[in-house]
Ligand binder design. Structure first.
Ligand code: SAM
Length: 221
């Protein structure tokens, strides 16, 4: 349960030096302006983080994952990559946490520029829809956490969930869909399937996917 993992009381208490030691040699260095910009929510085995790390070497990223063993696996994966590729993979890390409860403990208002919700658990039954990681209520929180212009990426192989996520985003006043052209020009969109363990599984089985990619917009006055 939640009591088994530590949670920072506020974003300023998150110790960057533990997660990005080469970039933050001094613990709690308030003068270092670098902050996490990308969050992969329910990151699973971390394939997306690994692919994004070298694509955006100057951005800090974190995976958030609730399963203890899976989190440990990602930690070891990153540590091995750092050892075999000196100077690389210093910008990615992972925390074990319940993202549905603790996102505000990690990020300030307007903190993130990308959030990923890739192949989240579907929670089919109507009474379990409140457990979905995309919901009208949680989108308020994600809108708060994302900078204006920041992008939220969602994808699933479950059509009903895909429609649900798209519907929630479409109906939210703080998000607008990327155009076809913007999707085409964003190198990250291709990684949603090719870099994630779940996406690779769906591709191997020739399955369909349903994506919704939206931008955080400024409130209209
Ligand atoms: N995104 C990865 C991918 O595409 O390969 C993993 C997808 S997997 C089907 C969904 C992941 O979300 C699981 O690893 C699960 O443990 C994690 N998860 C579910 N609820 C969560 C929560 N409340 N907070 C953090 N992670 C969660």
């Amino acid at each position: 349960s939640d009591s088994h993992f530590p949670v920072p009381l506020s974003p300023s208490q998150f110790d960057y030096s533990l997660h990005y030691p080469q970039l933050f040699p001094v613990p709690s260095d308030d003068d270092n302006p670098k902050r996490i910009q990308f969050a992969d929510i329910g990151c699973g085995f971390g394939g997306l983080l690994v692919a994004l790390s070298t694509l955006f070497p100057d951005k800090l990223m974190i995976g958030m994952e609730i399963r203890d063993k899976v989190t440990e696996y990602v930690k070891e994966r990153i540590s091995a990559l750092r050892t075999t590729n000196p100077g690389q993979y210093q910008n990615i890390s992972v925390v074990r946490t319940n993202s549905m409860k603790y996102i505000p403990n990690y990020f300030e208002k307007g903190h993130l520029t990308k959030m990923f919700f890739l192949f989240p658990d579907p929670h089919f039954k109507e009474k379990n829809h409140r457990r979905r990681v995309i919901s009208p209520h949680l989108l308020d929180e994600y809108a708060y956490t994302l900078a204006v212009g920041g992008i939220i990426y969602t994808i699933t192989d479950v059509e009903e969930l895909g429609e649900w996520m798209k519907g929630c985003l479409e109906n939210h006043p703080m998000f607008e869909a990327l155009t076809e052209e913007e999707l085409e020009n964003d190198p990250v969109v291709k990684l949603l399937i090719s870099a994630t363990e779940e996406g690779q599984k769906v591709a191997r089985n020739g399955g369909q996917t349903f994506q919704a990619v939206y931008r955080r917009i400024a409130p209209s006055l």
